[in-house]
Each structure stands twice: as C-alpha cells, then as structure tokens.
Design a protein around this ligand. Structure first.
Ligand SMILES: [Zn+2]
Length: 441
C-alpha cells in the first residue's frame, strides 16, 4: 500500500476556468456516463460554489451534479444521530457527485464490515511515536483490524472557480494561495462535519507539515501526512485519486520490510489490515508507504516529505547489499531472460531439464524474499504461483495445495477477498488444470 497524497501536482487552467493542482481536466467529468442508483442516497449533502458559497442540497437529492460534494458514507448521521449508535461508524467524504452515485450503485452496498474474532492489536508508544502492536501471534492472511476511515478527500487539490488572479504570481505563491483556499473552503467544512470527539482524534494524528509555513493548515497537513490511497474510488480522469485518513491504520509506521497490508472494501466501506507474514505477539506492525522493490535512494526520496528517515536494515546497515538483492528479486519476475515464464517455456520444451528445475529456482527467490522481508511484494506472489504451477505439472497435489494456500492467503491480504484461497486449497481445482501432470504425460 502506498501513502496517497499527490506531491508533484501542477497547476492547470482549463477551458472552463477550473483550476486544479493535479492535472485533472474538468471536461472529462461531464462526458462520464452516469451510473444508475441501486437505492436512494440519504444524508446531509452540501456542495461548494464559488459565487454562492455552501449550498445544502435536499436529503433526498438524487442528482448531485458532478462537482465535489460533502457527504457521509455509507450512512447518514441523520439516520443514526450519534456515533455511539453506529457501531461501524461512518466516513465524512469530499467526493464528486458521480463517485457517490457509483458507490451507491455498487452491488451489495452497503454491508457491515467483517471484524477480527477478538482484539488482535494495541496502540502504544513505539520508537517512532505511537505505533500499532500485535497482541497475539499472527500469520499471513490473518485479519488484524477493520475500520471505516475518518475522512476521504481528493489526493490532490482541485480548485474550482476563477483563479485568474493567480497569473503572474510565482509558482510558490500560487501553491500557497491554493493550499489556503483548499483548507478553508473544502477541508475545514469537511472537518466541521465530524463530531467533537472525532475532531480531537483527527487533530491528535501526526502532522509532518506543521512547520512548513506553506499556506496549508493543520487539516491539510494531517491529511498529507497520514493519507492512504483509496484505489477503489477514483475519478476517471488523470490523477483523480482519493486519499483516506483512519483512526488506527494511519498510526501504523513504515518499514521497507513490512509485516502487514491494507485493503479497502467498497461494499462495507472499510479498510482491513491483514498480516502478510508471521508476526509475534508484542511485535510492532509495519506497512510500507512506498515500493519496496525500488532502490534505497528512491525510497528515501519518497519518504522525505513524511519526515521519515527509515532506519530499517535495508536502508541503513545493509543498503548496498539489500539494493542488489532487491534488484535481483525484481529481475526474477520482470527481466526478460530471467523471467519465470521464460523459464517455464524452457522447462516444458526440454524434458532433459530436471523435474525440480522451476521449483529450485523459485524456492531460492522465495527464501531471499523472506530474508528481505518482502512478502508484501508482487514478486513473492509470482514465485508462489510458479511453485503451484510446477507441482501441478508434476501431478503433486499435496504441494500444489500447500503453496496454493499461501498464494490464496497472499491475495486475501492484498484485496480482502478469499475466493482465490477457496479455489487454491481445493485439490480438485489443481487436478482440473489443463497442465495437470503434463510433465509426466
Ligand atoms: Zn527502510
């Protein structure tokens, strides 16, 4: 998972006079087909218009237009009145009307989130400030915690209205003015929708931009520091992404060798945090804010705006050797000559190659990935897949199921869905495969 706040946003003036900081084009909005409603939306919905300020829309409004709206998802505080009466909570959202229509049209929306059978985490001081710790032994796929985000907002600043007066100013001044306007006109009204205790929880989160003096206020600073990507919701134009801030998940610290992964489930409108490898009771849980297969220098650059100087082994003691290993791991799945599919082609074509030709190759990479603590990477998934495919071709159902199960749990940790796990742990699934026992037939 990546931290999701766009940093290299460039200002653009489009034909309609809409100014954005993320390269989005307003003309793309109106071309988007409007999804049908699955059910009537409800909730306190308001929208901001430059000329009239905030306009409260009727609760039963169906057509919000395609502008950014303030709305509570998946349910309305109007229906439940108090947070205490809504065990799953809700999320204050600043999203486009078209996204809300699409969310409501998602089959099954909204169902209750799935929670761990018992509390498996604790938040307490760590050497990085506060951190999230495991309170029991966990292994890949285990659900650690579930929560609805506090808020969801665009990952880049989208500035509607005529901002022609910015022309002639330096880029730095333009950015400052836009940050001020974004905080005042969009983020503050979103924040004001929180209940007082939620406002206090939000303000207690880390803000690595507090001293920047760059025009942004505390709400934007906390959003930029803690925002995580919401890949399930994105406007269809260039960089129309959203970012979410969570009570607990936003407290999880970074490591280049993470032990857990998050996924967002649109239907229950919640994040799940799952273990991606073994975690011991009492261990701090880490996620990765950046691409772990990139070199240490690139990771440092990406983490700098979050005021993170990563001190994991791969970033400090062992940097050059770790870079070398990570480059090798990446190459083992993406390099042409070294790639898994290239090796499979050779193995299937040449019967003189040993039976364990593929298995030995992938086992070597799997153990290197485990030593680097990169089970979160797609390279791990590809090598697990290679193990399953090899044992399928060899007609070895016991080992196909063994590695299939780990592969299924990897997918469960990444997307919160267990459909692949159910297939891959079923012996008949492998025996039905067209490549079943093909190496021996
Ligand atoms: Zn690191």
């Amino acid at each position: 998972m990546r931290r999701g706040f766009l940093k290299n946003a460039k200002q653009k003036h489009s034909k309609e006079g809409v100014t954005t900081f993320d390269g989005s084009r307003s003309e793309a909005i109106s071309k988007e087909p409007k999804p049908l409603f699955a059910e009537s939306p409800a909730g306190l919905v308001s929208t901001y218009q430059n000329d009239v300020g905030y306009k409260l829309l009727p609760h039963d409004a169906v057509d919000y237009g395609d502008d950014l709206i303030f709305t509570s998802l998946p349910i309305s505080p109007f229906l439940t009145e108090k947070l205490a009466e809504s065990p799953d909570g809700w999320t204050e959202c600043l999203i486009t009307g078209s996204r809300k229509r699409e969310i409501f049209a998602t089959p099954g929306f909204s169902k209750r989130p799935v929670y761990p059978p018992e509390t498996r985490h604790a938040i307490r001081p760590s050497k990085f400030g506060l951190g999230v710790f495991a309170t029991q032994d966990l292994s890949i796929g285990d659900l650690i915690l579930t929560e609805r985000p506090l808020l969801i907002a665009p990952a880049g600043m989208r500035m509607p209205g005529e901002l022609g007066y910015l022309e002639g100013l330096s880029e730095e001044d333009q950015t400052r003015i836009c940050r001020e306007a974004w905080e005042k006109n969009f983020l503050k009204p979103l924040f004001d929708r929180f209940e007082p205790e939620t406002q206090a929880e939000y303000m207690a989160l880390a803000n690595s931009h507090a001293q920047d003096n760059d025009g942004g206020g505390p709400i934007l600073g906390i959003l930029r520091t803690n925002g995580i990507e919401v890949s399930a919701i994105a406007d269809p134009w260039d960089k129309g992404q959203y970012t979410a801030v969570c009570r607990k998940i936003s407290r999880i610290n970074h490591s280049c060798s993470p032990s857990a992964e998050t996924s967002f489930d649109l239907v229950s409108f919640s994040y799940q945090l799952r273990a991606i490898r073994n975690i011991k009771a009492g261990e701090e849980i880490f996620i990765s804010y950046c691409d772990g297969l990139s070199p240490a220098a690139d990771r440092k650059k990406f983490l700098a705006p979050y005021q993170i100087t990563c001190t994991c082994t791969s970033c400090s003691l062992d940097e050059a050797a770790s870079d070398e290993r990570r480059r090798g791991i990446l190459n083992s799945v993406t390099g042409k000559e070294q790639s898994i599919s290239h090796h499979f082609d050779s193995w299937f074509a040449d019967r003189s190659l040993p039976d364990d030709y593929m298995i030995a190759n992938s086992l070597r990479w799997i153990s290197m990935i485990e030593e680097e603590g990169l089970q979160v990477s797609f390279a791990y998934m590809h090598h697990l897949q290679a193990m399953v495919r090899s044992y399928t071709a060899l007609g070895d159902v016991k080992n196909a199921v063994k590695y299939g199960k780990i592969l299924g749990l990897w997918h469960l940790s990444h997307d919160g869905k267990d459909d692949m796990l159910r297939e891959l742990e079923d012996p008949a699934y492998h025996q039905r495969n067209l490549e079943w026992n093909s190496r021996h037939s």
